[in-house]
Ligand binder design. Sequence first.
Ligand code: C2E
Ligand code: MG
Ligand code: MG
Ligand code: MG
Length: 280
Amino acid sequence: TTARQRHTGSAVFAPAQAQRIADRRRLDLALRRALDENQFHLLFQPQMDLKSGAMVGVEALVRWQSPELGLVSPADFIPVAEETGVIVALGDWVMREACRQAAEWASTVNISVNVSSIQFRLGNVVGTVKRALAESGLAPERLDIEITESVFIDNDETMRGTLESLRALGVTIALDDFGTGYSSLSYLSKLPVDRIKIDQAFIRTLPDPHNEAIVESIVLMARRLEKTVVAEGVETEEQRAYLAGIGVELVQGYLFGRPGLPEAIGLVERAERSTIAVSA
Ligand code: C2E
Ligand code: MG
Ligand code: MG
Ligand code: MG
């Protein structure tokens, strides 16, 4: 747009911009239809306890199998869903579906669910979580909600209250992608979060002296604040050994497993197990 077009308010866009808007609009419509037509599914990635080596939790990660576009990565559709607000309905589905499935598993591992800052702003996250817990019968202690620092950007006090309401239900809160934002030490100490998930950018690149300094500082700080540390993006045995050495409690990454279907990571349904027991 030229200055004159902006000034007169004429709706003349540069072709590239018009194309971009048309693409977004198409994607928005496709996402809404995808929800109606059940084109989303969840994959689960193991979270391991470093000391025992046991799988103690899984993170639910949404996937979109589009008839036209094929398998679409959340990195491509979550930002659009956030821009258009579809994330509220999609996030609601993810929460209910994750709780429903987890309640069926024979194993009582924790289930971590990502909740976008837009859901907090536009939706009713506490209502969604209450409903998901009630209809699934999942023990609230098994549910962990992953948020990012962006939730605190414009409404600090409201957010604090919302997070306290969630914790009052018995669920835990994890601060995802930690270290990429601008949280100061004093700021973090006041946030009602139970876990700190160190961003994979600092983990995947290990060994690296700069990132080691950052990771070790986060671990020290978390310990003083009595928060659990999760390291994500662990890809090598060398990284695992290093993180164990500095006292990181939980780890997640390709070394332990990529996001997969429940059966692929040993999460069998309770009903299936009893069937096997009966027929044996
Ligand atoms: P995230 O919540 O930080 O999830 C971790 C991402 O890192 C996942 O990508 C996972 O597959 C990937 N990852 C895990 N371990 C490794 C590793 O060792 N190496 C590498 N290179 N990558 C690893 P994914 O599934 O593509 O999801 C990307 C992002 O999309 C998520 O980042 C999250 O921000 C968003 N997302 C995914 N599912 C949902 C959802 O249900 N709701 C919302 N609001 N966001 C979601
Ligand atoms: Mg996450
Ligand atoms: Mg993350
Ligand atoms: Mg993320």
